[in-house]
Design a protein around this ligand. Structure first.
Ligand code: SF4
Length: 338
């Protein structure tokens, strides 16, 4: 569907809210929390619009993500991520399955972006990431999606798989703030993020939530389209940590900082020990870490016998023991139930 022909952009699966934004704006501040999101300071300084412009210029020969495939997305050409000028949105709405510090009482306002620059063979969201299910939304309509989750009372806008749509997110903020957008942003990525894109987000994102997937280059080459994953992701996490530091939680809610996810995989193929060593030694043992146990084979994982099964309890316990040995003490399951 062409963006211009869109009349209904999506429907909140829980509240049944329509994502159609109000034509011509209006005040959407109902339910706005007391949090003052980081991007407001940039907005008031007049810097946010220039960031959005610079990011859009970066799409002429796109280097917005580490693939740097140099397609002209401003002219509508799709990159290796599968996405052209406008972001694809697959679904959005309050999500109550995220970490407690994100979902709070009213849910985290997830916005699932179609397309992906990593494309893991075991992706559980493959209909969105690989098959790119979703509608192309221009900045005004994407701002409408952000405002919709704000109206639903969510605690944050949780940008799921955002690495290839950083310019579109910045443009949507510029559209949404005058209409009352005030929710903090959660940047929920695979960690395969380009440094220039992250620098554009400095002072924009309150909470970075990278999923640090592999420390083993052979695994990254075998299971993703990013053989340089470990090098790129470490640089990205250092930058995220430099910008916002370890996660700060107030009144049970994540306010600012880095929340790191790591999916424990069968047979140790994720290189969990090195991932945890990096977190504890290069970032901080005070990092908030969610060690995830929910790996299930999906998509093409069945073609790889070593990952064609869930993890065992012993594999998960070993990962937790390794983290504790390194002094990691915050997150799931360290001081938080899942
Ligand atoms: S964001 Fe997409 S178009 Fe841009 S460099 Fe990455 S893969 Fe290529």
């Amino acid at each position: 569907m062409e963006p211009g022909s869109l009349t209904v952009t999506g429907r909140c699966p829980i509240l049944g809210l329509s994502a159609v934004d109000r034509q011509g704006g209006g005040d959407d501040r109902i339910g706005t929390p007391a949090t003052y999101p980081a991007y407001m300071a940039l907005w008031e300084a007049g810097e946010l619009a220039s960031r959005a412009r610079r990011a859009a210029e970066g799409m002429v020969a796109c280097t917005m993500c580490p693939r740097a495939c140099r397609r002209n997305r401003l002219a509508g050409e799709a990159g290796e991520c599968g996405v052209g000028r406008h972001a694809l949105v697959s679904s959005f709405g309050p999500h109550h399955g995220e970490e407690r510090v994100l979902r709070g009482t009213h849910g985290s306002g997830t916005v699932f972006f179609g397309g992906c620059n990593l494309r893991c063979v075991f992706c559980q969201n493959y209909t969105i990431s690989h098959w790119r299910q979703g509608l192309a939304l221009d900045a005004r309509r994407l701002a409408g999606v952000f405002l919709s989750v704000q109206r639903a009372g969510c605690h944050n806008v949780n940008l799921v798989t955002p690495s290839h749509v950083v310019p579109q997110i910045l443009e949507a903020l510029v559209e949404g703030i005058p209409r009352g957008l005030r929710l903090p942003l959660v940047y929920n990525s695979s960690g395969y993020d380009a440094l220039p894109a992250l620098r554009l987000l400095d002072g924009v994102v309150d909470i970075y939530m990278p999923d640090l997937k592999f420390s083993d280059p052979e695994s990254a080459a075998r299971y993703t389209e990013a053989p340089r994953y470990w090098t790129v992701a470490r640089t990205a996490l250092r930058e995220m940590h430099r910008q916002v530091g370890p996660l700060r939680v107030e009144d049970g809610l994540a306010r600012r900082g880095v929340l790191i996810r790591h999916l424990v995989m069968p047979g140790g193929v994720a290189g969990t020990r090195r991932v945890l060593e990096f977190i504890a030694r290069d970032l901080s043992p005070d990092s908030w870490v969610n060690l995830m146990a929910q790996y299930r084979p999906a998509l093409r994982a069945w073609d790889y016998p070593e990952i064609a099964r869930p993890i065992t309890e012993a594999e998960y316990r070993k990962a937790v023991a390794e983290a504790e040995r390194l002094g990691i003490h915050r997150g799931v399951p360290f001081d938080e139930p899942s």
